[in-house]
Design a protein around this ligand. Structure first.
Ligand code: BG6
Length: 492
């Protein structure tokens, strides 16, 4: 009860405020330090404006494209190869995070920096040493790292040899990688996430699962099979953490997209419920340690047959996570129709919600959906939650005097923080909040630089031109005050 009284005040003491990134969107230096080529190094920039579509996803790569990119790289632009040069500028960037008062910084480790092909017996020392330096720099300022082991990339060799997570072989290779990370950084990293947004694996089968979609006959079958392999790999790493580093806390993650029913019609309500089940299927397995019964019907209806080894169920039961983390950007609308396609686990919502405004990239803005999501997830798992991503991708203007007046971003984040605070007052345990792209970075979905999320502006365009100078946006000063007041001063 004391805890509840504490919660009623709003953000608890020690709440982890900060920002989030991923290796392949910030580091650059794609061929330095012994790093191998990774899947994200093959995301070629396709000018979205040329197609007239704002969200021109570069998520999926075919076998033909991969062959061409490997043979003729000079013909294409691969923005994730250059990132924002965090590899060389991490000290400057961390100093800026510290100036904002960050308590936590979410980053990921590039698998291909540690195991260049994924197949080596021994890790690449230069890659390990790079992250040591980053963690030491964070420690200088008292910033806790929150580390994602796999954020939308893997060594390209594993795609060529195994077609990524389609193969069970990946389980052992990932466990080896996870064990190396836990052993090496157990005294420096307390918070871990095994896989970023595992629920997006089917929508972005190459980015999420390293699968060349044209090589698989039945995408649903192979997609869910790949997810099963990731579940087992993740659970094995959780089990390894208990043994190697019992003090760390290790979580799972989904892109939380709440689906609302289009109308009060019971059939629409049922459709929304099913869409939400499909989205929560992932933490259902990882937090509860077993496949939920509703998936039996779903798999049967869709002719999906998950092949399991005899110990898999035991591994899942023993490898339950400590916390559930989410990214939160939008909500969807579900409607029961003959031709209703699955609205969960995708960035494209077929039906628009007339009550919500859209971002410049047509993503519905829905702070209340964050509160609803947190309430539902906490109710379901009774585990601490972490909002590991949330933010607004927008075009920013750098004025002549090097200022960025991003009041729209402040407005967006403020509303989401208020929603999160209300959820905390409703009784939900939230460990922390890391805004996505706290420093401008390469977009995951579109490989654009111009889709900016940061509090810190990075002078670089979509083509990779620019000084790479960092500038504080108006939101930088605002977020600094939010952190200093532990979420009390939101500048309303
Ligand atoms: C999340 C990913 O889905 O959304 C991030 O984990 C990504 O990697 C973020 O950058 C925003 O998406 P986008 O496509 O705007 O970069």
């Amino acid at each position: 009860m004391i805890y509840m009284k504490e919660l009623m005040k709003g953000f608890p003491e020690g709440f982890l405020w900060g920002g989030a990134t991923a290796a392949n969107q910030i580091e650059g230096a794609f061929d330095e330090g012994g790093k191998g080529l990774s899947t994200s190094d093959m995301a070629a920039f396709k000018d979205p404006y040329a197609t007239g579509k704002v969200d021109n996803f570069t998520f999926n790569v075919t076998s033909k494209e991969l062959k061409e990119y490997l043979a003729n790289p000079e013909k294409y632009k691969f923005p994730k190869r250059w990132g924002i040069d965090f590899y060389h500028r991490y000290k400057e960037d961390i100093a800026l995070f510290a100036e904002m008062g960050f308590k936590v910084f979410r980053l990921s480790i590039s698998w291909a920096r540690i195991f260049p092909t994924g197949l080596e017996d021994e890790p690449n020392e230069e890659g390990l040493a790079f992250y040591d330096k980053v963690f030491d720099e964070l420690a200088k300022y008292g910033i806790e790292p929150l580390v994602t082991m796999s954020h939308y990339e893997m060594p390209i060799t594993l795609v060529q040899k195994y077609n990524g997570w389609q193969s069970r072989e990946l389980i052992g290779l990932f466990e080896k990688y996870g064990r190396v990370l836990l052993n090496r950084y157990k005294d420096k990293v307390k918070y871990w996430i095994t896989f970023n947004e595992m629920n997006m694996s089917l929508h972005s089968i190459y980015t999420g699962a390293g699968i060349l979609g044209d090589l698989v006959e039945n995408k649903m079958q192979e997609g869910y099979q790949a997810v099963h392999h990731q579940f087992v790999a993740s659970a094995l790493v959780v089990k390894a953490a208990r043994e190697i580093a019992p003090n760390v806390r290790i979580g799972c993650m989904i892109n939380q997209i709440e689906s609302y029913a289009k109308t009060t019609k019971p059939e629409d309500q049922l459709q929304a419920l099913k869409a939400n089940q499909l989205n929560m299927f992932y933490p259902d397995v990882q937090a509860r340690g077993e496949y939920p019964s509703y998936m039996t019907r779903f798999f049967a209806d869709n002719n999906i047959n998950i092949k399991m080894d005899k110990d898999d169920e035991k591994i899942l039961a023993e490898g339950k996570v400590d916390f559930v983390s989410i990214s939160y950007y939008m909500s969807h609308v579900a409607e029961a129709r003959e031709d209703a396609t699955d609205v969960a686990c995708t960035f494209d919502s077929a039906i628009k919600n007339e009550h919500l405004e859209l971002t410049e990239w047509d993503w519905p803005i829905d702070p209340t959906g964050l509160r609803i999501s947190l309430l539902k997830l906490y109710d379901r798992y009774q585990l601490p939650l972490f909002v590991a991503e949330n933010g607004l991708g927008a075009k920013d203007v750098l004025t002549e005097d090097k200022k960025i007046h991003d009041l729209y971003r402040i407005d967006y984040i403020r509303k989401h923080i208020i929603a999160m605070k209300e959820a905390i007052k409703d009784g939900v345990e939230v460990m922390g909040y890391t805004t996505w792209g706290c420093i401008d970075l390469i977009s995951c979905g579109t490989s654009q630089m111009s889709k900016r999320y940061g509090f810190i502006y990075v002078d670089q365009d979509d083509e990779g031109n620019g000084s790479l100078e960092r500038y504080r946006k108006d939101s930088f000063y605002w977020y600094k005050e939010v952190i200093a007041s532990n979420g009390e001063n939101l500048g309303e």
